[in-house]
Unconditional design. Sequence first.
Lengths: 417, 291
Amino acid sequence: MTSTTPRRTAWSLILLGATALGLSLSSAANAADPIKIGVIAEAQAIAGASIPQAAQMAADEINAKGGVDGRQIQIVAYDNHSSSADSVRAFQRAVNEDKVNAVITSYISEVVLALEPWASRLKTLMITPGAASNEITRAIHENYDKNKYTFHGYLTSAALAQSVCDAAKDLLVDGKKMKTAVIMSEDAAWTKPLDIGYQECLPKIGLKVLDHIRFSPDTTDFTPIFNKIESSKPDVIITGISHVGVQPTVQWKNQQVPIPMFGISSQATNSTFGKDTNNAADGVLYQGVSGPGVAVTPKSVPFAENFKKKFGNYPSYAGYTSYDEVYMIADAAKRAGSTDSDKLVAAMEKTDWEGTIGRVQFYGKEDKFTHGIKYGKGLITGLILQWQDGQQVAVWPKDVAKAQLKFPSFIKFSSAN
Amino acid sequence: MLALQILIDGFAISALYALGATGFTLIFGVSGVLNLSHGAIMVAAAVAAWAAASVFQLDSYSGALVGVAIAALLSLLTYFVVVQPIQRSNKIPNEEKEIFVLTATLLWGIMIQEAIAYFFTNNAKTVLPIIEGVVKIAGIRTPANTLFTAAVCCLVIALLWVLVNRTRTGKVVLAASMNPRGVTILGFELTNVYIVVWIIYGVLAGIAGVLLGMFLGVSSYSVGPLTASAFSIVVLGGLGSVSGSLIAAFVVGYLETFTAYMISPAYRSIPALLLLVIVMYIRPQGLLGRR
């Protein structure tokens, strides 16, 4: 003990000196301080891995053009291991120690919902590039002054359901004369409002809902589920899956379930999905906001191609939004002339940004989905893509569609045509 | 119709469980090691088979062989890097060695799991089926590969029985499980026996992993549940008893399938776990346990 004490004292003196030096340096360099954006995401998941990569790409581009009023954008990335607890720790560290000005985080609703109170407590702008639960915007709407720091940078589950129904009307009801559907979704925070949305809008477009199956996200054997669905003889399976994807798709093909799958299938948006499923994905129809080669806006294709050049694969859906969000935060900081949280929030609310997935505006304080991105023509409508011969091809809406629907031979259209 | 469906589906999944649990119980029976990296080795085999076929463009047979080879290699590595140093250590008291091995293999499994997630992401992968297409059994559409899976499982278990009961090597292994010291006195090097057992175990876990990858698909998330399911089957059947494990695998497989069809897929694993608890109360040594 006695021998270590003087050494400890010496160390603390050195540390003190270093801190003082650091403090004086930082106050001197205030004007050129970087704008720091924390990125908390799932580094091991395909959807999550693109989030920090795309954010860094956007930051590099902005910095190459001189930054925001001379201030560089700096990305500080944290791996949350898909865990809410790890995300909260990362958020606290990002704000309290790394002094970030804003946080982009996670494609998992449970994670974002866990962080939302922390964004409020630590008064830090937070935006999600990929979570969907309606609960995120509901908390903002119900307690605006407290929760206004959170923005929902991806479609809410309600909007996703609407997008799926809008497309199903054109492609399935009008195109294939389908009349009946079964909803198949995983039991998670984001699918609760999604299923409510489906149950409301499917009958309206002319698809009668015959059954509604919710299953645990750790299900591995889908045989009983597909058999149950098949026994009610629907024309189409409307999906709400994200935590699972590869397994139901492969088993759908191996068991030759004769009913097409259509809806939200987040894993199908990954460009590796074809390989992961050994091309069992062929025929799967999924909703997305982007896709390789789909020019939703003039920015979409160049971003995807540059991303692929840099990282070897196309970005996940959350990569597109994460890229846009860095630009939107930079744009807001420029308009606000400050990185003060309240000013940044006020500026973000006035966002009108044409990004890679469409034109982004946020719903206001009085709207139901406060701080959610606006859904609709001229803004963001989403796409329907289909896996065809190992490729993702846009099939809806008409202006970006590149091919007709195409199904594997085991798909039988019962009451259709 | 439904009964036949449950019969077919349940058989395939039970056979797969049986194969997975057999190796696990064999290692315990012979060397007293509860290998908690079991799930990780199975997943590694499946992911290796997937990578061989999808990334390196091998055909499905060669891919499957690569998977099994990786599992055998990992199994040997588990023995030499993790288990043997603990068993030989003078610093760890003998009575604590079991718990050390338990912890070490658990950590080893987590390391393998994280490595798989790091290199291949945590997305699920599926192994290319060896036989494509479906066959109709009395009107029930069944993937041909599911039948193939069940057949391979039964065949491998039968071969294992022949190996253990009808060959010299097998008899030594059997003897080692009953009386390790006796085997040493007869002039057999115990380490060699263990190496043989770990190779057999690796091959069994590898085949089970690859078949599981074809049948259902696996991801790095499957590691924990796979170890847990093998563990509960083995405990239910009786630690160290191969035939007990086989019976338990079929009980669990059918109970799960029955629940998924008749109650809800969401509650699939609950009745089997309840059964495990009940058996632990009434018959702590398991169905056919010796200890």
